[in-house]
Design a protein around this ligand. Sequence first.
Ligand SMILES: C[S@@+](CC[C@H](N)C(=O)[O-])C[C@H]1O[C@@H](n2cnc3c(N)ncnc32)[C@H](O)[C@@H]1O
Length: 210
Amino acid sequence: MSDLGDYYRKRAGEYDAVYEKPERQEDLARLRALLPPLVSGRSVLEVAAGTGYWTKALATTARSVVATDLNDETLAVARTRTYGPAEVRFQTADAYDLGAVEGRFDAIFAGFFWSHVLRADVRRFADGLLNRVEPGGVVILADNRYVEGSNYPITRTAATGDTYQNRQLADGRAFEVLKNFPTREQFTADVAPREVEWTELAYFWLATVC
Ligand SMILES: C[S@@+](CC[C@H](N)C(=O)[O-])C[C@H]1O[C@@H](n2cnc3c(N)ncnc32)[C@H](O)[C@@H]1O
């Protein structure tokens, strides 16, 4: 398993604490409200769904949601939530190998994963999403903006432009984690010539790509 996969596998039980940060509550509520209209009536493939926090919002209006993640440990937490009215199914899958997920999808959502994709892999990852969605469908991405004091500080910037943070789990285990913070311009260039709609909140960005 990749370092990133291993980190989130070990963090599964404490992951949801990130959604308790007081300064982010208003933006989280806005993001929870922005997502459902985008997937209304659609068959959604959720990539790197983690503990299902966003699955819950998607399921309020989607026709169905297949929530995938590399780790069964995060999906085990996701399975403890209640969803609806959409039918929600969980499946382990690699975000870079979406052909392994059965079904046809007219919406794909990946929350807080783009930031964990190496600059060198961005095009491959984006193409994987865009090739998996049905014609006329939409790819939706949301992620963090860097806000001093709210995010872990960036501790290393590689020659490639990739940025890294030092993180610690509750039991003290330490990890260096890739975490990139693209601007709107960078993101738009990464998925060009696709059309992008970009919404910027204080703590998060939301992009739809058609
Ligand atoms: C930052 S969390 C985001 C979880 C969820 N989308 C959210 O926003 O709450 C990143 C997730 O990516 C998963 N992950 C890591 N590598 C992956 C891969 N190659 N394919 C699919 N999921 C992966 C981790 O298990 C973790 O659940």
